[in-house]
Ligand binder design. Structure first.
Ligand code: SF4
Ligand code: SF4
Length: 463
């Protein structure tokens, strides 16, 4: 009688097991149990094999979605890096740079701010959108839902903002440009995922169309998220560049720029708009070129060249996490030195400086014109990055500026950023800082700003 050859039993490569449990369900002999020990290389929980009852059917191997998760014991296992030994030499993962493609010259378009932002994302090569509708940001998501399928892209309405940001984590981790549109309460829900993305150094773009708060608040254009965006992007030492557009053109330009910066620094980037900017219609000129994304060497992309990459935000050893934090701090420092941006209007001879961003900056600009006609030397300093705050552009103006009036649609969130930046820069001693503020979605009017500056000027003249 001829004996059947023994069938190969499975062997587990714990570094490639993500603990999904599919092999548990596949095994009729209960040879596989959920893991209880975190793998130090991955931070995940690989399953445990106990093969006394195993008949070598191979069903667990078929069920495993990881190419190296479970292998038949007779097959040679690939060389694996182990925590104890040196990693085997391997060729560097493929690093394909993005390519700029010239666009034909065309006439300017008349676009709503949210649509301009969506077009900026598409021109930056974004073909993966994950989101959950929330007013007043929904027009951006709707536009992406219409355009992405025709461009071979993917639009996915997630079950919540929490799900959406974690889908972005996966997509960005695969090295692909990805984005979402959301608004203040939705953004608050995304903070945990954003912290993970920042910790794991995963790029992605969030367009936050700010609305009134706290709580559900309303859908009017309060600048209610500045504090959260600049100081509270989840637990731990988290920062992201925060771009603040003031026109539909900047909605497009800053969204496209956000993708560039997100990949340059391997970090999420936030575009902080407000409810009016999302709805506001204006003339928008397309850039001269669009971007065809590359594929970074660090991406966990699933192809042979990137399969051995790993991205996570867990560092269980205290010293490792401290080292990782030092690395992040160094990156934040590079960002804050290189990415401060501001727009200056009639600031060269100003002794009163209005500081405003987003839609309130438009009212402030009108107020500068009125004040100049009255002989008051007013100027507008408009931060285009809220983090890092553009103190480098502000400091030289303080040689002649005596009063700053912060104009904002919040209870002082922008003013706090200004004061913190001045304090860190050791600047602004003796500077008078006043404000014109509205809340709840009410914007400061041009008249209120003009009155506020007149009062400040009178007070100064009396002093
Ligand atoms: S080879 Fe078959 S019997 Fe053995 S562990 Fe896998 S599924 Fe279970
Ligand atoms: S199916 Fe593969 S990845 Fe999933 S738990 Fe089993 S061995 Fe791990």
């Amino acid at each position: 009688m001829v004996q059947a050859a023994a069938r190969p039993k499975p062997t587990l490569q714990p570094e490639y097991c993500k603990g999904c449990g599919r092999c548990l369900d596949a095994c009729a002999h209960h040879c596989i149990t959920p893991g209880t020990t975190i793998d130090p290389l991955t931070g995940l929980l690989p399953v445990t094999l106990s093969l006394d009852e195993c008949n070598g059917c191979g069903l667990c191997i078929d069920a495993c979605p990881e190419p190296y998760g479970l292998l038949a014991e007779t097959l040679p296992a690939p060389e694996m890096p182990t925590p104890a030994g040196p990693a085997p030499a391997r060729p560097p993962a493929l690093d394909l740079p993005p390519v700029r493609r010239a666009l034909p010259e065309g006439r300017p378009l008349i676009l709503k701010g949210a649509h301009a932002s969506a077009i900026g994302a598409l021109l930056a090569g974004c073909r993966h959108f994950f989101g959950y509708p929330i007013t007043p940001s929904t027009e951006g998501a709707e536009y992406m839902a219409r355009l992405l399928p025709a461009l071979g892209g993917h639009f996915l309405q997630a079950v919540s903002e929490v799900a959406a940001i974690n889908m972005m984590y996966g997509c960005g981790g695969a090295g692909l440009p990805t984005m979402t549109f959301t608004s203040s309460p939705g953004f608050a829900l995304m903070l945990e995922g954003l912290s993970y993305m920042i910790g794991a150094e995963v790029p992605g773009v969030v367009v936050d169309v700010m609305r009134g708060g706290p709580g559900l608040g309303n859908i009017a254009p309060e600048q209610s998220d500045i504090k959260m965006l600049c100081r509270g992007l989840g637990h731990g030492a988290t920062h992201a560049i925060v771009l603040a557009p003031a026109t539909p053109q900047e909605m497009l330009d800053f969204t496209a720029l956000a993708f560039e910066l997100a990949f340059q620094y391997r970090n999420p980037v936030i575009v902080a708009a407000d409810g009016y900017l999302g709805q506001m219609t204006g003339k928008v000129t397309l850039p001269p070129a669009a971007q065809q994304p590359g594929l970074p060497g660090w991406a966990v992309h699933g192809d042979a060249a990137h399969r051995r990459n790993l991205i996570n935000s867990i560092h269980l050893a205290e010293a490792d996490l401290e080292e990782h934090n030092r690395h992040l701090q160094a990156k934040y420092l590079r960002m804050s030195k290189a990415e401060q941006r501001a727009d200056l209007y009639r600031c060269a001879d100003a002794d009163v400086l209005l500081v405003a961003c987003n839609t309130p900056a438009r009212m402030a600009k009108g107020a500068v014109r009125v004040l100049r006609e009255e002989g008051i030397h007013a100027g507008l300093f408009r931060p285009q990055t809220l983090w890092p705050f553009p103190v480098r552009q502000l400091k030289p103006l303080l040689d002649h500026v005596r009063t700053v009036v912060v104009v904002e649609a919040s209870e002082g969130q922008l003013e706090d950023e200004l004061r913190l930046a001045l304090s860190h820069a050791g600047a602004g001693e003796g500077l008078e800082i006043r404000h014109v503020r509205r809340m709840g979605g009410v914007l400061p009017s041009q008249r209120e700003i003009v009155d506020g500056v007149r009062q400040a000027s009178r007070r100064r003249a009396r002093a």
